[in-house]
Design a protein around this ligand. Structure first.
Ligand SMILES: [Zn+2]
Length: 330
């Protein structure tokens, strides 16, 4: 079952035009592994006033489009919701090869920037570090820069998000790429909260075509329920790793379904007591100076990488709705 989930996730990535490598594990496999040891002691209650920076990956075009929608409409809806919540300055991580290959992508990126949002580097081709050399990966970072410079102008675009959150399966590779990023003035945009928000999008498009409103309602609720469970997991991992909750960075993707769900997701975060801060404010916390400094096939969030590198017991198993989602509206 776990393997099927991993395959499904990789198919989704491949559908996004990314270079999905064979044999690599998805990071969430670790979270879903019910055999992991659990801590003996209950964790303390969660903070009443957590903090999060929202970030959006795979700009300017990602995921299947539902009937009648285009990239421009998705970008307009996304920035409109971010602005309505005072989230100007939100970072979007860009693969510039999509500007040439996806209709509407240049306009979508311009809409993002005109709305006062920021951009960062996500490699030119969404390269997978685990299946490529450090040199090839660094070249892909560099080849993304001229277009980022052109679009980003005076903005601080030297923030880097690793595709698939893979930071190198060997310590040598991890250190090589981190040294390259440091040398070229980049900061790593780490992630603490992640729930594979892109995984509902294909099912949503299928259900739209079939006009299956009941299935769409289920997808919406399942997206929020799964997000809530993974957000709790991320915060509990911080308690275990850092002895406290740290200011968070949430990873989302610019898919039509996440764009549709953003109002409900932000509303849920507010009801949980979250307030929103910028990526730079969040990463000024000392926790972000720490480095797991360990090779990892699956990579993952910052607390997740520490959990793995220190062999810490996982808080609990999390819901695995992904097979069900992939079977919906087929
Ligand atoms: Zn990505």
């Amino acid at each position: 079952m776990l393997k099927q989930t991993v395959v499904a996730v990789m198919v989704t990535f491949a559908g996004l035009g990314a270079a999905a490598g064979a044999g690599a594990q998805s990071w969430h496999e670790a979270h879903l592994d019910a055999q992991k040891p659990r801590p003996n002691q209950p964790l303390p209650p969660l903070d009443a006033h957590p903090v999060v920076a929202i970030t959006v990956d795979d700009l300017p075009a990602v995921g299947t489009l539902p009937p009648g929608e285009d990239r421009v409409a998705v970008a307009k809806a996304l920035v409109s919701e971010l602005k309505a919540n005072g989230l100007e300055g939100t970072y979007g991580f860009v693969n510039t090869d999509k500007l040439e290959s996806r209709p509407g992508a240049p306009q979508a990126l311009q809409i993002w920037l005109d709305a006062g949002m920021n951009i960062g580097n996500h490699t030119r081709t969404h390269m997978r570090l685990t299946t490529n050399t450090a040199e090839a990966f660094e070249q892909d970072i560099a080849q993304n820069e001229p277009t980022l410079r052109q679009y980003g102008e005076v903005r601080d675009w030297r923030w880097f998000r690793y595709p698939y959150l893979e930071e190198g399966e060997t310590l040598e590779k991890r250190r090589a790429v981190r040294a390259y990023l440091l040398e070229h003035g980049y900061r790593v945009a780490q992630v603490t909260l992640e729930f594979e928000d892109y995984a509902w999008n294909d099912a949503y498009c299928r259900c739209r075509i079939k006009q299956n409103e009941a299935a769409i309602a289920w997808l919406r609720q399942n997206y929020l329920d799964t997000a809530a469970a993974y957000i709790k997991l991320g915060r509990e991992e911080e308690q275990i790793v850092f002895g406290r909750e740290i200011p968070n960075v949430m990873l989302l993707h610019e898919t039509p379904f996440t764009t549709l769900m953003l109002p409900d997701l932000l509303d849920m975060l507010r009801k949980q007591g979250f307030s929103f801060e910028s990526l730079a404010q969040v990463e000024s916390d000392p926790a972000y100076v720490e480095d797991p400094d360990a090779g990892s096939e699956s990579g993952g969030t910052l607390p997740g990488q520490f959990m793995d590198s220190r062999h810490l017991p996982y808080p609990r198993a999390n819901p695995d709705p992904f097979q069900q989602i992939n079977q919906l509206c087929q």
